[in-house]
Every structure is written in C-alpha cells, then in structure tokens.
Design a protein. Structure first.
Length: 465
C-alpha cells in the first residue's frame, strides 16, 4: 500500500525545502504526473464566489480554492461542446437524431458511457448502465433485491447514513408491511469514536445475518469520509445468505473499486461529485452478472429495458435485456448523458489507479499541514497536538479524498471567513467542515492555500473566544 506520509517526507528531503512553505507545494505540483489534467476543467475565480471579500483577496482574478468536489465536481471544458453538438443535432435533424446520424445516435446514447463507467467501478460492461438518479435507482433495485420474509426481513445500514438512503430503506420496509423499529438495523460507532470498526460491522452480520435480507451500506461515508471494506462486508453478508448492495455516491471516481471481483450484488452511484457530470447528472447502476440473466427476479419494467431487437415492434410482452440494461425503464436524457461522457473520457484517460495514487499524497499532505495548527499557532508542532480534529480515518487505506474536520467551536463565523477568502468547502453544523482535494483538478498549491486560510481564520475566531 502506498504510504503518503513516508512519500511526502521523502520528497521533502529530496527537495530540501520547508514542508510548510509554498515553495514545497510548487515543487509537489512540478513533480505531479497528472498536473496537466487541471487545465481540462473550469476553476471558478475568486471574484466568482458570491460571498468573497475583495479586501481579503490577494488577487480576485486568481482561481479560487475549490475543495468541494465531494458535493459538486467542476465542469470539464469539453462539456459545453458535447451538449452543443446534441443541440445542433436536434436543431438540424429533429427526430432523425435518434438513428439517422453517424455520431452518437440517441437510440444507443447510453452505450457511449456504460463501458467507461464500468472501468470506474471495476465491472464488466454489461454489468453497468446509466439511468435515472441515485435515490430513484436505490428504490428500483430494492424491488428485485429486497424480498423480505417473516424470518428474513431486516436491512442493515451504517449509522448516520445519508438521509436519502435512510428514507429509502425505511420506506421500503414499511411498503412491505414491516416495522423499521424492528427491521432497520444501524451499525453505530463505539462510544467517543466517529467511525465504524470493520470488526463491529462483521460481528453484527454474523449475529443477525440469518434475519438480514439486505445489507445496504455506503462505499464511502458521506459525513466522516470513511471508506468501508466492501470486499469483507460482501463476503460476510453472502456467508449468511444476505444480498449486499452499496451506495457509491462518494466512492465512484474517488477510490478504486472492484465490484465484479468483490461479488457485490448491486450498487448505485451519482455522477455529479467526483465524476463531474454536472448538477443532477444521470446516475449509474451495477448489477452483478450472476443476476443479469435471472429473468425471474421481480422488477419494474419499462421499454428501455426491453430487448433492443424487438423494442419497436410494440408488443405487450416484456423481454428484458440481459445485464444491468434490463433494469432500465425510460430512455436516457441525452444532454445529461453526453455531459457524463465528456467527463468520463477525461477520467478514464487519467485512470483510477493513477488518480488514487495522487489522491493519497494530496490528502496526506493536507492532513499533515492541518494537524500542525495549534491554538498557539506553532508550525511544525506534533500532529497529535492539533486543535483541528480530523474525524476521517487516519489510515489512508480507510478513506478517499475527503477529510472531515471538527472544530472546538460553532463554525458559522469560521465558515464565513473562509468564504470571504474565496475558499469553497461545505459545512455540517454545528462544527464540521468537509474538504476534498480532488486529484484530477486540485493541486498541491490548492491544499497549501487552504492550510494558510484555515490557519488565519482559526486565529481570528479563536482570538474572540
């Protein structure tokens, strides 16, 4: 496993630069084999940030410090052309754009992104399809994969799951006539801990697995940024006869995934975070090949899941496609699909393995800098004496790009001070800020600037206490 702190210190020794100086950040950027990918994205300027204070900005026309890709990724520069091409096709071809064009006919537009998406999540092409949005897909896939019985009716999720996931499983349990107070099982962290221990998850599966119908976990926990051991969870669930699915909203495009090899039953993800497909972008679905030809699985049917060779014969007998495509219902929205396509072409060119390697170093650098900040503001002090608590796991193998930072005060004023300086992150009240240095477009200088701004704003707020 790549060890970011050791690599960071190795590069620091090689450069003979102060690790807390911007020259070292510049050096890291110079050494970055992926640095050119930043040029393929639009980075908002400081002056574009609504609450930016021009008095506090050194240069309003410089790129802002955008570390919010865990919420909404930035726009690839090719996206507008991809959408404009389809608008032009619509303008000049009308309905003929569905089939009578050489480039991306609309009848098969989803096929342009399925294979690329499969590369991102570690799947075979026919195990993946893009459709709908994330929460819709969760419900659609719980039709075949949550089949509760009087003896096996529970759904296991992580505690403090994303609200939409909770709403989905809670409503599915009620829909089937069961009581969430009994059938919804949440794994919660131990006392005084922020993250879940893998052994605690596996213990609950072992103890209650015979009554668990579905394990529905996140891949990366949205609040803490914890990366779960999906392989171990899947193996433990299958050993007890459970179906295992994952919400990969914060994992797809962030960490390396091997859904097929891990034998995951199904997974869903959005594409507007780390995959940069735009707000409300079309979502993705994985269904393992072992289920892909099981046409006895109950499903909600629609004509886009029907066999393509007879789809337009307009017969009233549904013949599902094999693989994930057979779970489609409606034809995909063209503009959203090509927006995803423009992003995936950049992402797959960079490769997930290279992005993950950079991400480990980028996030490790951020953690090293931030944990040096103390109430006395002593640079280079022991990380263990930091005034900022990183609630994301310290082990790089147990996290993605996101760090969740907990502060010893209400962060409203602190968050406002960051925004005035052109820093774009997000807050989870009362005292947590989520930050993600996305390797495909964030630089080490972004991380350094964030550190300097955090340090300055912390000093301002702490002095008022």
């Amino acid at each position: 496993m790549f060890e970011p702190t050791a690599k960071l210190l190795e590069l620091n020794n090689k450069s003979a630069l102060n690790i807390f100086h911007e020259d070292f950040a510049k050096y890291l950027d110079d050494c970055d084999p992926l640095k050119e990918f930043r040029n393929e994205y639009y980075i908002p300027k400081n002056s574009d940030i609504p609450l930016a204070d021009f008095i506090k900005l050194i240069n309003p026309e410089e790129p802002c410090v955008y570390l919010c890709g865990h919420s909404l990724g930035l726009q690839p520069k090719t996206t507008k052309k991809y959408i404009d091409d389809e608008l032009q096709k619509w303008a000049t071809k009308g309905v003929l754009g569905h089939a009578h064009v050489e480039d991306k006919p609309w009848l098969t537009i989803d096929e342009t992104v399925n294979g690329l998406s499969a590369q991102i999540v570690g799947a075979k092409e026919y195990e993946v399809v893009v459709m709908n949005t994330l929460s819709v897909n969760l419900h659609i896939l719980m039709v075949p994969f949550y089949r509760p019985t009087p003896d096996r009716h529970k759904i296991l999720i992580e505690g403090k799951s994303f609200p939409s996931d909770y709403y989905a499983v809670d409503s599915q349990i009620k829909f089937h006539g069961f009581d969430p107070a009994v059938s919804l099982v949440e794994v919660v962290p131990r006392e005084n801990e922020s993250c879940l221990r893998t052994e605690d998850i596996l213990k609950i599966i072992e103890e209650q697995g015979d009554s668990i119908a579905l394990i529905m976990f996140a891949g990366v926990q949205y609040y803490t940024g914890q990366l779960f051991d999906m392989k171990a969870i899947t193996e433990a669930g299958h050993k007890k006869g459970c179906i295992v699915g994952f919400d990969l909203a914060h994992a797809a495009g962030n960490v390396e995934l091997s859904l097929h090899d891990w034998n995951v039953d199904f997974a869903c993800w959005c594409t507007y975070k780390y995959l940069n497909a735009g707000p409300g972008g079309i979502a993705g679905v994985f269904v393992h090949e072992k289920h892909g030809r099981n046409f006895d699985l109950p499903r909600f049917a629609g004509w886009w899941g029907h066999d393509k060779t007879s789809r337009f014969q307009m017969e009233h007998k549904f013949v599902p496609l094999h693989g994930a495509a057979g779970f489609q219902m409606s034809n995909p929205p063209v503009f959203q699909t090509v927006s995803l396509l423009s992003s995936l072409k950049v992402h797959t060119r960079a490769t997930m393995s290279a992005l993950r390697k950079k991400s480990l170093l980028l996030t490790g650098y951020m953690e090293y800098l931030l944990t040096s900040i103390t109430d006395q503001d002593n640079e280079g002090s022991s990380p263990g004496k930091s005034c900022i608590k990183v609630i994301t796991p310290s082990n790089p193998a147990d996290r993605g790009a996101q760090l969740s930072l907990m502060f010893p005060f209400n962060i409203d004023e602190f968050f406002a001070e960051l925004q005035k300086r052109g820093v774009v992150v997000d807050e989870r009240k009362p005292n947590v800020i989520r930050v993600a240095a996305v390797p495909i477009y964030n630089s080490f200088m972004d991380v350094y600037k964030f550190y300097k701004n955090i340090k300055e704003c912390y000093g301002i707020v702490y002095a008022k206490r």
